[in-house]
Design a protein around this ligand. Structure first.
Ligand code: GLY
Length: 378
């Protein structure tokens, strides 16, 4: 049986919308991707850690299966973009996790026990072994763990590669979606704020924190902004490569990460604030540099080239809002990816594309249904 080719509108060209659009194109659908400022939100700030293991938080074990599945899809996802000729910054050197003081080490050791109990690989290293991998680790670190399966990608480059893959294969509309067009319980397209509209058999809502503001949305989407300050620094020639592995740390209870890029820059992130302030926080920048420098003292010798603040779309249970809304045809929701948007892109693209192909939702994905908090009204 041949699959139906559908007109698909994707609202939002962040990393999730781009991934969904590309997968939909690959499945033979006609795609219109709508965004006034593509890849300029959380995607632009994201560090790009593909870290289902070291990002695991207590009480989030239930969606470990989803994050691991997506991490496993990444190598093929990257390979399939290779013919665009655009780099993605995918690196598979693993992630080093460091604790600063004995209490940090204890917290990480407890977390490791939980990670291992879920079948995850986390190797305990001596500080000497850690320093053999990363000679610039400072004398203050007291505990070290290696997570070989946690990798990274450069989200800005990945977004460029996805754009390149979509160019000529999808319609890219730099407009603002103001609402959905709903006729008799079915979403039939997207209204834009200039008065125009896009008709679609299927509409994918993938515009992150902007989703709840869409008029006629037939479900309340409880996303809230969780702001993050994040820094980009350039490594002077005499200090390169600086780090070869992503380094995550717990510094007197504060999490911090340093992500080395192949282009000689390092990303240091990220705070988590729900104070509603959109500007880069001076306190946040101070905290990130202070804590990163505790782990890798040479951080103070780098050039600070960018500080940025963006909001992650958080949800009440930290899991995404992904799938169909019961009783509503023509609509797929893909938002609320919180700290995991880049990691979850391949699996979200696959789940959405399966729904667009007319497949029923898989029972194991019920936990992500966008109407699980009640349909309400937006
Ligand atoms: N995934 C890392 C962050 O959100 O800071």
């Amino acid at each position: 049986m041949t699959k139906p080719c559908r007109d698909v509108a994707v609202i939002g060209a962040g990393i999730i919308g781009l991934g969904v659009a590309w997968e939909a194109v690959r499945r033979g659908h006609r795609v219109t991707l709508i965004d006034p400022s593509p890849a300029s939100g959380a995607t632009r700030a994201a560090a790009g850690m593909l870290a289902p293991v070291s990002e695991l938080q207590y009480r989030e074990e239930r969606f470990l299966e989803l994050t691991r599945e997506s991490a496993l899809l990444y190598p093929a996802f990257i390979d399939e973009l290779a013919n665009t000729g655009v780099e993605t910054g995918y690196r598979s050197e693993g992630t080093l996790v460091l604790g600063l003081d004995p209490a940090d080490r204890l917290v990480l050791a407890d977390l490791r026990a939980a990670q291992v109990s879920h079948g995850l690989t986390v190797d305990e290293l001596t500080i000497r072994e850690a320093r053999r991998r990363e000679p610039l680790i400072g004398p203050a670190a007291t505990g070290a763990f290696l997570v070989p399966g946690d990798h990274q990608v450069d989200p800005r480059q990945l977004a460029s590669a996805l754009f390149s893959a979509l160019a000529g294969n999808a319609r890219l509309l730099e407009g603002t979606a103001s609402g959905l067009i709903v006729e008799g319980g079915r979403v039939t397209g997207v209204a834009l704020d200039d008065g125009s509209s896009v008709s679609a058999d299927e509409t994918v809502v993938a515009n992150g924190l902007g989703a709840p503001a869409l008029a006629s949305l037939p479900v309340a989407l409880p996303v809230r902004p969780v702001y993050g300050d994040i820094l980009r620094l350039r490594v002077p020639a005499h200090l390169r490569p600086f780090l070869t592995t992503t380094v995550r740390g717990l510094v007197r209870g504060n999490p911090v990460y340093l992500v080395p890029r192949t282009d000689g820059t390092v990303v240091i992130g990220a705070t988590q604030r729900e104070d509603g302030r959109r500007a880069v926080s001076a306190g946040g920048v101070y905290q990130l540099l202070r804590d990163a420098q505790q782990l890798v003292p040479a951080v103070v010798e780098l050039d600070l080239v960018e500080s940025m603040c963006r909001a992650r779309p958080g949800t009440p249970d930290n899991a995404p809002l992904l799938g169909r809304v019961s009783g509503v045809e023509g609509l797929v929701v893909a938002t609320g990816f919180f700290r995991h948007g880049v990691l979850l892109t391949p699996v979200a693209a696959r789940i959405c594309a399966d729904l667009l192909d007319g497949k029923p939702a898989a029972p194991e994905h019920n936990a992500y249904r966008p109407d699980r908090f009640g349909k309400g009204s937006s």
